[in-house]
Design a protein around this ligand. Structure first.
Ligand code: ADP
Length: 448
């Protein structure tokens, strides 16, 4: 089916990003928005817009009924969920389909399997991918948790089955803390995800987070669009991402591309997806799969010269992939800095009114953002307000360009992470790519 009109069930920079792809493809766009987002950029740029509820996302961007009604009202043939909100909600994907509307993403069944982290690990294992040692399923009692933790050895990580965004996770260093930490993680999981189930995994010492971008069509063709290194994290949340990973050899990456493609072909996956791994001592351990577009997709676009949202729309229209794996050649290096509306020292959220706004420019600099001068960043949503993405022929050139672009970037009136990113550009460990998932937290502790 050729899409004429797509509804974008999201807000902020990703809603604007999706609109850009739609417009370039000649597809009309429908924005949905909460009351507080009435004047937001994604609403201003859309061909049509529908207000779907109050500021609280539970009653607007998470409101399935209102979104489906907006489709009916505007005649949108497809829904793009972006990331966050309902993007990984299998019931939403199914409800959309039941209304005769295309969900731009994988099948509800694939979303369901990968959305349950325990199921996801079992599936990955069956598809030939190594997983982090741990419990086989959800923990049903403390005795079971103790025996598994003893077997795999402390420290262990307690993780929410339906977790996301680094929430519902607790590191346990000693058996005497286990019971209390499981209770903490379960309570947080219940509050955040409506499901209190947790499982246990070996807490790896100093791994890197390396993820593989894949794209499948309805004909069992699957591409692997390289990897991204997202090890620079705070509280399990990514801050700075790079493509390709600065420490993998060509052989290591080829081996993983082959494995990942094979697994996803067997799975019959359609759409964009990311397989996340922890990488330690030359081994990859699958941790989860995201069945949607990711925040950091632009760095992959920069090195491959491809528009991933356009390709996502392409396969969602039932068309075969226009490329084979042999057609794809990454070129150069790309880095993304997440610019959050947060204090760069203590990471307190910093919503408020933007005064002056001037985005950097020049060669190979890309900003994905929905900001403008006079816009008020609401306190109701995620703090990610802009992504600065920079390309360079070498990693070194990329970092120099990034520093230059960060220095040009003016966002006044609120605090942002720009000063932190500038400091990172000058850090020797970052410059030589010598970091792991705990590096940033150690750095912040040491340097204050
Ligand atoms: P979420 O869906 O909440 O983002 P993930 O499973 O993707 O959770 O994990 C998020 C981050 O938590 C990872 O990038 C990594 O930094 C850390 N992490 C996850 N599992 C482990 C583990 N077994 N050992 C050490 N760190 C881990």
């Amino acid at each position: 089916m050729v899409f004429e009109k797509v509804l974008i069930a999201n807000r902020g920079e990703i809603a604007v990003r999706i609109q850009r792809a739609c417009k370039e493809m000649g597809i009309k766009t429908v924005a949905v928005h909460s009351v507080i987002d009435r004047d937001a950029m994604h609403v201003r740029l859309a061909d049509e817009s529908v207000c779907i509820g109050p500021a609280s996302s539970n009653f607007s961007y998470m409101n399935m009924g209102a979104i489906i009604s907006a489709c009916e009202l505007t005649g949108a043939q497809a829904v793009h969920p972006g990331f966050g909100f309902l993007s990984e909600n299998a019931n939403f994907a199914q409800a959309i389909q039941e209304h005769g509307i295309t969900f731009i993403g994988p099948s509800p069944e694939h979303i369901r399997v990968m959305g349950d982290k325990v199921e996801a690990k079992k599936t990955a294992l069956a598809l030939g991918l190594r997983t982090v040692p741990g419990s086989e399923g959800e923990i049903s009692n403390i005795e079971e948790a103790q025996s598994i933790s003893h077997k795999i050895g402390y420290p262990v990580l307690i993780k929410a089955t339906s977790g996301g965004g680094g929430r519902g996770m607790r590191v346990c260093y000693h058996p005497c803390e286990l019971k209390e930490l499981i209770e903490n993680a379960s309570t947080e999981a219940q509050a955040c995800f409506g499901h209190s189930g947790v499982y246990i995994e070996k807490f790896l010492a100093n791994p890197r987070h390396i993820e593989f971008q894949i794209l499948g069509d309805n004909f069992r063709n699957v591409l692997c669009l390289g990897e991204r290194d997202c090890s620079v994290q705070r509280r399990h949340q990514k801050i700075w991402e790079e493509a390709l990973c600065p420490v993998l050899s060509t052989d290591q990456r080829q081996e993983m591309y082959t494995k990942v493609i094979h697994a996803m072909k067997q799975f019959g996956y359609q759409g964009l997806g990311t397989l996340e791994f922890l990488y330690e001592n030359g081994q990859f351990y699958f941790i989860e799969m995201n069945t949607r577009v990711q925040v950091e997709h632009p760095i992959t676009e920069m090195i491959y010269g491809l528009d991933l949202i356009r390709l996502q729309l392409h396969v969602a229209q039932g068309l075969p992939l226009p490329y084979t794996q042999d057609d794809l050649r990454p070129f150069g290096h790309a880095i993304e800095c997440r610019i959050n509306a947060e204090d760069p020292e203590n990471f307190c959220p910093s919503p408020g009114k933007i005064g002056a706004y001037a985005a950097p420019g020049g060669p190979f600099v890309r900003i994905d953002s929905a900001l403008f001068s006079g816009y008020t960043v609401p306190s109701n949503y995620d703090s990610l307000i802009a992504k600065l993405v920079v390309w360079g022929i070498t990693r070194e050139e990329c970092i120099s360009r990034l520093r230059r672009a960060l220095n040009e970037y003016v966002i006044s009136g609120i605090n942002t992470l720009i000063p932190l990113h500038l400091r990172l550009c000058d850090e020797p460990d970052i410059q030589c790519g010598k970091y792991h998932i705990k590096w940033l937290e150690d750095y912040l502790k040491d340097k204050g």
